[in-house]
Design a protein around this ligand. Sequence first.
Ligand code: ATR
Length: 273
Amino acid sequence: MPLEGMELFGLIGNPVGHSLSSPMHEAAYDELGLDARYLTFEPEPAALSTAISGADALGIRGLNVTIPFKQDVLALESVAADELARRIGAVNTIDLTGEEITGHNTDAIGALRALRDHDVTLEGATAVVVGAGGAGRAIAFGLADAGATVQIANRTESKAHKLADVVPNATGHGLDSVAGLLADADILVNATSVGMETDRSPVSADALHSELAVMDAVYRPLETRLLREAAATGATTVDGAWMLLYQGVEAFELWTGERPPVAVMNEALRSRL
Ligand code: ATR
């Protein structure tokens, strides 16, 4: 057990750098009067399994997982990954509170909550997901499970087809198809890194329109070029901090069983972006 009465949570990655999850979770502990801390851990890749078993033995209650470990955790025998995490192929949340160590993926549900929070209807919608990396996989599965038809477009087209083969109701495309696909789409999600700390957009501004809800997984800057151009057409926009917020909200609830103070977590996150 950690310090008497105090509960420990954390983020495991390498490098973890400056984590926004720490202030977001700690603001929630303060708000609810929980005696808890959220720390960052940077084990060597070869020590991943030992690190997780060690965390469990020391009484750490939960871990978020980031690059490069999200896929690696799935391969560990000590972690029982749930079905969604296995389908997505990545674990971003480890629950150490029970008898068994379990692995989950809250990125998918986080993306859906971010959209629903902005009154975006997912059931029966047509969604274009640009990107077929880790973020694209989670978002594509989430949207498909919520009842959307998913068009996956990726720079490396073969990766889009490979992902579309395993996501229900999905089709793969190259980036040159995006403009055409958007004409009939309700939702556009950027799940590439394009726009991160640069004023670039993965989608031509001409293809955007007012009937779209546009979400960007990039949160630095909060207003990416894509979101700026989408807002100019009258489209609904959802910035990347919403996804980050709701994946954390879901993890918080899983670990503590408490109702997450979403507004407080949102404020803690946005004040640091
Ligand atoms: P993440 O876990 O954040 O999704 P990732 O798995 O490395 O990161 O995936 C990055 C995604 O951004 C991929 O879809 C990548 O396209 P490729 O599969 O063709 O590499 C996409 N991406 C990165 N840079 C890009 C660029 N300049 N133009 C278009 N797509 C880009």
